[in-house]
Design a protein around this ligand. Structure first.
Ligand code: NAP
Ligand code: GDD
Length: 338
């Protein structure tokens, strides 16, 4: 018996401080789970996204945070032995594609090596533990293997960044452990998903934060790179439901999670600056060649037909409602700053 007792499900979430980790913790706690959220050691406290759970009088009784790093397989073995989880969600990663060109070894060791360490720990400790892997639409790279409905689970993947190559390694390793050892291991091939909790250096959040500051007279210019690339953007809160649904199926599998709509960064800018009442974004946006990447994924559109059919999953937000939600949140947040 663990310190939480036996009459509940227990889940471990790596990367609980991140965007998805925090929404997933909210969801699992609302379903009655006990959640062991894993964070890495940082020199400054960065638990802002889960502080509402930690400080909540009831929710905090279902939540515990422990230290973990993707490089530490022994630590995962100890956590599995100690907490006896039913489910492990591997959400942690150096998740910034542009940064992966600067620190490819670190990115790869964390994502590819780190995922393998967790799978090995599950195999050794208890192969009945269900496993979720955070795969990515970035894995498709510049593949032209899509039709008018977009990429599917079986489309050819030709990754074009160190991040995506590492994710593809982890994606295949998850399948290998599913097939070789009969582990309930699933990969969610998630297309871009955003929220008010999105990291501040991803393009959507960079835009909504800048627009909120410009609207309040605190900033004049926004510097961006390639604004012609297209992404299938959804809401992170919707996407963590798909993660959970995958682990409730009789068997592990791969699922595309997407909205089936694609928009350019330029269109996202237009929606945000219009909603902010700032008018034409050209007055504020400058293109900075330093923000272009050595390689770019030009176009992403996901076909979530399998997730809809098997998981009965549906996205509730599209790019427009998402952009407005993010801007409104940043506008309020900015108002409370000096
Ligand atoms: P995120 O906000 O960057 O969160 C990633 C989390 O991983 C952070 O809490 C981070 O810790 C932690 N982390 C990073 N390196 C680590 C390490 N070596 N050891 C332990 N923890 C580490 O990312 P996200 O947007 O929530 O994405 C969640 C996952 O889904 C990632 O694996 C990402 O690659 C993948 N994904 C994301 C999207 C998307 O559009 N959001 C789409 C497809 C796939 P700190 O808080 O200390 O930095
Ligand atoms: N970050 C950023 N900053 N991107 C910019 C900028 C900028 O100033 N200017 C233009 N872009 C373009 C990028 O070149 C890219 O084409 C697009 O905006 C989206 O960039 P990001 O928001 O950084 O996301 P991403 O698509 O590279 O990666 C995200 O989605 C993947 C799933 O497809 C991340 O969340 C990954 O972790 C995730 O796997």
């Amino acid at each position: 018996m663990t310190e939480f007792g036996n009459n509940h499900k227990t889940a471990i979430i790596t990367g609980v401080n991140g965007q998805d980790g925090s929404y997933l913790a909210d969801l699992l706690i609302s379903k009655g789970y006990y959640v062991i959220g894993l964070k890495r050691r940082t020199s400054l406290i960065n638990t802002e996204r889960v502080d509402h759970i930690y400080n909540h009088p009831i929710d905090c009784t279902q939540f515990k945070m422990c230290y973990y790093d993707l490089s530490d397989g022994g630590a995962m073995t100890n956590l599995l032995l100690k907490y006896k989880p039913d489910e492990v969600y591997n959400i942690a990663a150096q998740s910034h594609v542009a940064v992966s060109f600067d620190v490819p070894e670190y990115t790869s060791e964390g994502i590819a090596g780190g995922t393998l360490k967790i799978l090995e720990a599950i195999r050794a400790v208890n192969p009945q533990i269900k496993f979720y892997q955070a795969s990515s639409s970035e894995m498709y790279g510049d593949s032209t293997d899509y039709d008018s409905l977009g990429y599917t689970e079986t489309s050819r993947m030709t990754p074009v960044s160190p991040y995506a190559v590492a994710k593809l390694h982890a994606h295949h390793m998850t399948r290998v452990y599913r097939e070789a050892y009969n582990i309930h291991a699933s990969s969610g091939i998630l297309f871009n998903h955003e929220s008010p909790r999105r990291g501040e250096t991803f393009v959507t959040r960079k835009i909504t934060m800048a627009a909120a500051r410009i609207a309040q007279g605190k900033q004049q210019k926004l510097f961006l790179g390639n604004i012609d690339s297209k992404r299938d953007w959804g809401f992170a809160g919707d996407y963590v439901e798909a993660m959970w649904l995958m682990l409730q199926q009789p068997k592990g599998d791969d699922y595309v999670v997407a909205t089936n709509r694609t928009h350019s960064v330029r269109e996202f800018l237009e929606v945000v600056f219009d909603h902010a009442g700032l008018g034409d974004y050209h007055k504020y946006v400058e293109i900075d060649p330093r923000l272009f990447r050595p390689n770019e994924v030009p176009y992403l559109l996901g076909n979530p037909e399998k997730a809809k059919r098997v998981l009965k999953w549906e996205p509730k937000h599209d790019m427009i409602s998402l952009a407005r939600m993010m801007y409104d949140s940043d506008f309020k947040r900015e108002q409370t700053k000096p």
